[in-house]
Every structure is written in C-alpha cells, then in structure tokens.
Design a protein around this ligand. Structure first.
Ligand SMILES: O=C[C@H](O)COP(=O)(O)O
Length: 250
C-alpha cells in the first residue's frame, strides 16, 4: 500500500516572514493528519527558517530544484548538501517551468536526480506533455522519453525513494485540471514504464502524484484513481486553509 503524499510547490512565492506565518497556521490545521504524508516546498531563501519552524512536526520540507554537484563554480545554483542542511527531505526535479522557461534538458534532469539521490534526499521527478503534444497524440511518447532519460544509468534498487509527478503542462496554473480518467490513463502508463525499468514490484512501490490545478473540489476524485498516489499542488497550496482542505481530502 503506497502512502499518499500531498505536496505543495510554492514556486516563487512568499518571503521568510510569510513562510513562518504560513507554517504557524498550517501546523495547527493539519495536526491530526497521520495517514498521509505532507510536504511544502518554499523558495530557497525561506528553507532554513522553514526547517527550524517545522522541527518536531511530521510535515516534510521540500526544495524546488537542486544542482548535481556538492559545491563548485555554478553561479545561482544550490547543492543537495546545502538543502539537506536546511532540513529538506524532498527535492522537485524537472518541473515543467524549469524545462520550458529555463531550458532544462532531460540530460540535466538526470544529473540533478543523481545529485539528489547521492545526498540521500528524495526526488520528485516531474514529467508531462504540452497541449500541442497531447493533441498530436504524443502523450505516451513524451512520458516515455522523459522517464527513460531521467532514469538512465540508475539501478532500480537505488530508486526506491523516487516519487514521480505527472503534470500535464496544459493543466498547470490554468484552472484546467485533467479529468480523473486522463490522470489515471497517463499514470497507469507511467507505472508500466517503471515496471519495464525495474520490474513490477519496484513499480508498485513508487508513488506517482498528479499535478495541475488541484483544488479542494477535485482532489477526492483524483485520489480515487488507483494510480494516483498523491498531488503536487501549486497555486492552491499558497493559502494554508485551502491547502489543509486538500490535505484532508476524504
Ligand atoms: O508544481 C505544481 C504544479 O506546477 C501545479 O501548479 P498549479 O496547481 O498552480 O496548477
């Protein structure tokens, strides 16, 4: 049985002070929740303070990206070791905004994944097709390319902590959520790709999240799908009350 993971990706939102206010309210709102894992990923600048504010709580801290090296001449990048020091557990890798706005390639994403794994952190690998690719009937082809490229060179036994997030690009920040059936179809396919990579047992143990305009109103129907093991929530994770409602979906 895969334990659900409800993760909030704040993107480039919230100062340190706003992060601390949020955590104070959010901790109380989700204090009774034990049957699912919760994660928030504030911007880098707020991670250290967030890590301290989350001490003693079961809410996990996430980062929105990581470089593959421990240290070096990589202006503007943050290493997995630095994130670990802040109390980070999960790292989002290959988010569509990194791929499409900042030109991150499948090759870079594979290297970032390796840095994250090497530091003992848990990667959340984001994949997903654009609207154009979906309309051209290329969804499965894109997912296959992204999964294979990211996992190239890894052994399945090293990837037991991997989380995959299926985020159709057309559903991100658009208010246009994939239907539960669309999410299930794509995520069942991703699980088949994972089985091809590391065997059925490996694939059955990997959590696959859905991301793209998740809200309190649509989370339950998405979570009812057999291959939807959680959610990666953007906009609706910015308000603690709204995110707590998503976390507490029935
Ligand atoms: O990482 C989160 C996704 O990009 C979804 O964002 P959204 O919930 O604002 O559509």
């Amino acid at each position: 049985m895969r334990r659900p993971l409800i993760a909030g990706n704040w993107k480039m939102h919230k100062t340190v002070r706003e992060t601390l206010d949020y955590i104070r309210r959010f901790r109380d709102l989700v204090s009774g929740v034990t049957d699912r894992e919760i994660m928030i990923a504030p911007p880098f600048t707020a991670l250290y303070a967030a890590g301290e504010a989350l001490a003693g709580s079961s809410i996990r801290l996430g980062a929105q990206n990581a470089h593959w090296a421990e240290a070096g001449a990589f202006t503007g990048e943050i290493s997995p070791v630095m994130l670990k020091e802040c109390g980070v557990t999960y790292v989002i890798i290959g988010h569509s905004e990194r791929r499409h706005i900042f030109g991150e390639t499948d090759e870079m994403i594979c290297k970032r994944l390796s840095g994250v794994m090497g530091a003992g952190l848990r990667p959340i690998l984001c994949i997903g097709e654009t609207l154009e690719e979906r309309e051209a009937g290329k969804t499965f082809e894109v997912l296959e390319r992204q999964v294979k490229a990211a996992l190239q060179g890894f052994a399945a036994e090293d990837l037991r902590e991997l989380v995959v997030a299926y985020e159709p690009v057309w559903a991100i920040g658009t208010g246009k959520t994939a239907t539960p059936e669309q999410a299930q179809e794509a995520q069942a396919y991703v699980r088949r790709l994972l089985a091809d990579f590391g065997g059925k047992e490996f694939a059955e143990g990997i959590r696959i999240l859905y991301g793209g305009s998740v809200k309190p109103e649509n989370i339950s129907a998405l979570m009812a799908q057999p291959d939807v093991d959680g959610a990666l929530v953007g906009g609706a994770s910015l308000d603690p009350e709204t995110f707590a409602r998503i976390v507490k979906y029935a």
